[in-house]
Design a protein around this ligand. Structure first.
Ligand SMILES: [Zn+2]
Ligand SMILES: [Zn+2]
Length: 310
């Protein structure tokens, strides 16, 4: 993985195998083939994108899939916002009774793109203390390929319960919850893992919060859970990817695997910023990027990943 103390670090899951390329007609059979054969082979997935069921994303799964195909991705994993009980932040997510519709919507796109693009079902699930039993049941309802864990600091529910007027305290709470999320075992990867910096950019002082981040990263590294490099951060209040470059380096030092995702809420953002993200990973010391299929981590060397993008 590069700069790490280890693939190494205890508890870090190793990829099951080098990426197996098995979509007929588009791909070589093995990543062990000469690199020159892979230069234009699709390798990457959009790992984080949404559907209209969350009320703030636009476009049907097939429209996202069309962009993924045009950008020479190997596949796309839908990870819409999970349903929650008791009307919690219901305005930005599917209702519990819509979950089957979500599953069917992704399945329809999978059928439509069969043989051309690998369309998979995932979920972006909110973490906050007390929600574990609900998510345990939800994740067991139907097989998921990838589960993102998110601490969404901007929701009314989260703000109401955890913001008490002190931004620095709120930031500390966020990173504590991020570490707790990893330790639940519910998630493959933690989404946009410094999202809280956008809540009040003027109160984001990396040097000040760094010890808290490092403690959280130590806990996360011990679980083997991956963390996301979310390219949509450049469009947020503090315009840089989530996480920023220094935190990414701290993650690399701990051997934490990274998954790139665009967090697309409209088709045009599928794989947006991927080339920049791959270069950021290299700068941080990483040698590979990752994605999950069947909830198992797959790795792709950075140079091959970059060459595969159109
Ligand atoms: Zn969203
Ligand atoms: Zn999110």
């Amino acid at each position: 993985m590069g700069c790490k103390r280890g693939a190494a670090a205890s508890g870090v899951r190793k990829p099951d195998h080098a990426i197996a390329l098995d979509t007929p007609g588009r791909l070589c059979r093995s990543s062990r083939l000469n690199v020159s054969l892979l230069l234009h082979a699709p390798l990457l997935y959009e790992t984080h994108c949404h559907t209209p069921l969350c009320h703030h994303a636009h476009g049907l799964p097939a429209e996202y899939a069309a962009v993924a195909l045009a950008r020479n991705l190997r596949g796309i994993i839908f990870t819409c916002h999970c349903p929650l009980p008791d009307g919690i932040s219901a305005d930005v997510r599917m209702a519990p009774e819509e979950y089957n519709t979500y599953v069917a919507m992704v399945a329809a796109a999978r059928d439509e793109y069969a043989g051309r693009l690998d369309v998979r079902l995932g979920l972006e699930s909110d973490y906050f203390p007390g929600i574990q039993p609900w998510l345990d049941k939800l994740h067991a309802r139907t097989p998921l390929h990838y589960v993102l864990g998110s601490v969404h600091t901007q929701t009314k529910y989260y703000r109401t319960h955890f913001f008490h007027g002190d931004w620095f305290a709120f930031q500390q709470t966020y990173f504590t919850h991020l570490a707790e999320a990893a330790e639940t075992g519910l998630f493959d990867c933690l989404a946009h893992p410094d999202l809280v910096k956008n809540e009040s950019p003027a109160d984001w002082d990396f040097a000040r919060i760094r010890p808290h981040i490092e403690r959280a990263l130590d806990r996360i590294a011990a679980t083997g859970v991956a963390m996301e490099l979310n390219t949509s951060g450049v469009n947020k209040a503090l315009p840089e990817m989530n996480p920023g470059a220094t935190m990414l380096k701290l993650m690399c030092e701990r051997g934490i695997p990274v998954v790139i995702g665009a967090d697309a809420h409209r088709p045009g953002r599928v794989a947006d910023g991927y080339a920049t993200a791959l270069r950021l990973l290299a700068t941080a010391g990483y040698r590979e990027t990752n994605f999950f299929l069947d909830r198992r981590r797959q790795s792709v060397p950075l140079a091959e990943a970059l060459a595969s993008l159109t």
